[in-house]
Design a protein around this ligand. Structure first.
Ligand SMILES: [Zn+2]
Length: 325
């Protein structure tokens, strides 16, 4: 099954790029979305920055339904976390009540879509904290006839102190989900655009992700990512950081320019967005055409050229995969 990354909506993103937007997307965003030809995924909103009264299962679904158009390939049901603490998963003492609510929200959304005669693919969003919780609740979702699952993962990557642990959990959830879904279901990770993690999660069975990294870091931090390794550099330091390795990119901005001219061009925020999206699109192409058809061979051939981080993730995921079978 082909792997897809859904990116943030921005004017500099090519209109054929897959995008994601929330049920709460602004009128301005939706005006831009109407010019789009790429596939679209409608998010159920980031729980940590929306007040609970504005994010109920009814409000979310109604707003999502209004946004459905012929390019929409997925709707995410409303996920719920235990409380408002983003690090809930590290010392989990929840009763699992929120998981029941997640499942109930998905069932509500499915029944409503059916009643209204809408057949947009619905992703049942669940928020496990542990592998055991994932095993139990992914299975319950399957038993309730869901074939598409979704997990919000940004909170697992949020704290530098617990990132290693968080990444391990994400890998475990993905392996667990793939085991219960088999090859016919779909699995979406929301809030994941890490260049180094994408090939790894795709290889483990994730079929799509959404995230803001290539667009937001270009706008907020002036970051430009090196194609092939995904290393982020501030636009003003491009020459300094890439003098030895050189710069190879055939995006609309860099194509044919020397490194000095690329650095000049990257002073413009839209150029940074265009370039970064191109880097991610190339990675997704490589995942679909070279990695998924034969993961071991790809790794064997690219072990030396990929980033150290990607290599480390790949090896960790491989050992988790081996121990799960
Ligand atoms: Zn470029």
């Amino acid at each position: 099954m082909p792997f897809t990354c859904f990116h943030t909506v921005h004017d500099a993103v090519p209109r054929s790029t897959p995008i994601t937007y929330g049920y709460d997307a602004s009128r301005r965003t939706m005006d831009l979305v109407r010019t789009w030809t790429g596939r679209q995924f409608i998010h159920s909103g980031n729980w940590w920055n929306i007040t609970p009264e504005k994010r109920t299962k009814e409000i979310v679904l109604e707003a999502q339904v209004k946004k459905i158009n012929k390019h929409v390939v997925g709707l995410m049901s409303m996920n719920v976390q235990p409380g408002n603490e983003p690090m809930y998963w590290i010392n989990d003492d929840s009763t699992g009540e929120h998981m029941q609510e997640c499942l109930a929200n998905a069932i509500h959304a499915r029944d409503e879509l059916e009643n209204q005669g809408i057949n947009a693919p619905l992703y049942c969003a669940l928020q496990p904290s542990t592998k055991t919780m994932a095993e139990i609740w992914f299975q319950k979702a399957i038993d309730n006839d869901f074939q598409h699952l979704c997990v919000g993962v940004s909170e697992f990557l949020r704290s530098p102190k617990y990132r290693k642990e968080g990444i391990g959990r994400i890998f475990e959830f993905v392996i667990t989900a793939h085991n219960v879904l088999g090859d016919t279901g779909k699995l979406h990770l929301s809030g994941l655009m890490s260049y180094a993690m994408l090939p790894v999660v795709a290889r483990l069975g994730v079929t799509s992700t959404d995230g803001s990294t290539p667009v937001q870091s270009a706008l907020a931090y002036g970051s430009v990512f090196t194609p092939g390794t995904g290393r982020g550099t501030r636009a003003s330091q491009l020459i300094e950081k890439n003098r030895d390795a050189g710069w190879k990119c055939d995006c609309m901005v860099c194509n044919g320019l020397d490194l000095e001219s690329v650095q000049d061009a990257m002073q413009d925020r839209s150029s940074r967005v265009q370039h970064n999206i191109h880097a991610w699109t190339d990675l997704v192409d490589e995942i679909n055409h070279a990695i998924l058809p034969n993961p071991s061979r790809w790794f064997h051939e690219h072990e030396e050229s990929i980033s150290k981080t990607m290599r480390r993730y790949w090896m960790r995921a491989t050992s988790l995969l081996d121990s799960s079978t």
